[in-house]
Design a protein around this ligand. Structure first.
Ligand code: UDP
Length: 327
């Protein structure tokens, strides 16, 4: 069985990728420092507890497992925090990725799948963002991810390390079997916070800004189910293992929903009201981020199957009703 090194394999998206890899016949090797991930989320292959900022630990993982490809999910990923501590985001995300990329190249692992983000595009005022849209990130999170995209481009040009870069829109939902799901401490993402407000884990959702230049004044995002997202990663992996060229793909559905629309959908999916209050805008938030994702469909044959709001919220709710992981 071929090994795939999955950094952040104990985290939300990484653990779902491990499940999909196992189902597709690969052995996922999770590499995670467990700073935000959960050992209990690593259910589909071995866990290597290590830090990407330690080049020796990264090299040891390549020596032990000889992975044929890397999926790199591990990163600091909070837009708000990246505005307060840009140095932390630049240092951690870029150094970790560079250590990993250099180790992959040294180990002659020739396929690298990278989690990038729509935050690399910045503010484009309602325009549907496709892969050719100019990148002008407005927060350090997006800036650090764009820098890593550039590093990958250079390593392809100079060393033949081929990559697939996926620029994610807003990832939501959970494994339909509820074996794994989204669990951040602290939680900052909209849908889990909406569910916390419904179940009384927190008093209310604060809506960050109701005066945006959008139809109902709240921010618009393009939500994609985590299972659909990781399906695209399997297709991207096969592309590279079959000898395909490096390529960048957006992953979203092309449909945008406002914060108010998400609240309404959650009320319908759960049959319960969402307590919420109006709050100030959050620094670094673009008014609207909606993808053009035709390329992933056309070139990878990717199809989004669970990325409608009711299904994403129902899957997240099923996971929410479980106890969750404990450290
Ligand atoms: N949001 C909100 N209240 C919250 C969390 C998020 O109003 O407690 C809004 C946020 O301003 C953004 C959208 O919900 O417009 C999605 O935010 P999230 O943090 O889930 O993802 P991001 O777009 O930052 O990656």
């Amino acid at each position: 069985m071929q090994n795939i090194l999955v950094t952040g394999g104990a985290g939300y998206i990484g653990s779902h990728a491990c499940k999909a890899l196992k189902a597709a016949g690969y052995q996922p090797v999770a590499f995670d420092n467990l700073s935000t991930g959960w050992a209990q989320a690593v259910q589909y292959g071995p866990l290597v507890e290590g830090d990407l900022l330690n080049p020796e630990a990264v090299k040891a993982a390549f020596d032990t497992y000889r992975p044929v490809a890397v999926m790199h999910f591990a990163a600091l990923s909070l837009v708000g925090e990246s505005m307060q501590k840009p140095e932390k985001y630049w240092r951690t995300n870029v150094n970790a990725a560079l250590n990993l990329i250099e180790a992959a190249q040294a180990a002659e692992c020739r396929a690298f799948i990278f989690s990038s983000t729509c935050a690399t595009y910045g503010e484009h005022d309602g325009v549907r963002l496709d892969e050719e849209t100019p990148q002008n990130p407005i927060n350090a999170y997006g800036g650090s991810k764009r820098a890593i995209e550039n590093i990958l481009r250079d390593f392809d040009n100079s060393h033949g390390l081929r990559h697939v870069i996926f620029r994610y829109f807003n990832v939501a939902g959970a494994d339909p079997q509820a074996e794994i799901g989204e669990q951040h401490v602290p939680e900052t993402h909209l849908i889990p916070i909406v569910l916390d407000a419904i179940s009384g884990k927190r008093p209310a959702l604060t809506v960050y800004g109701t005066d945006y230049h959008t139809p109902d004044g709240t921010c618009i995002r393009d939500y994609i189910h985590v299972c659909d997202l990781v399906d695209a990663h399997i297709l991207g992996l096969k592309r590279l293992l079959d000898g395909g060229e490096s390529r960048i793909f957006n992953l979203g559905t092309g449909s945008g929903f406002s914060v108010r629309e998400v609240i309404r959908a959650a009320e319908e999916a759960t049959g319960q009201p969402v307590p919420w209050v109006e709050g100030a805008r959050r620094a670094g938030d673009a008014a609207s981020l909606v993808s053009g994702s035709a390329r992933a469909m056309d070139e990878l044959g990717w199809v989004a199957r669970r990325s409608d709001l009711p299904t994403m919220i129902a899957d997240a709710w099923r996971w929410h009703m479980k106890e969750g992981f404990v450290r």
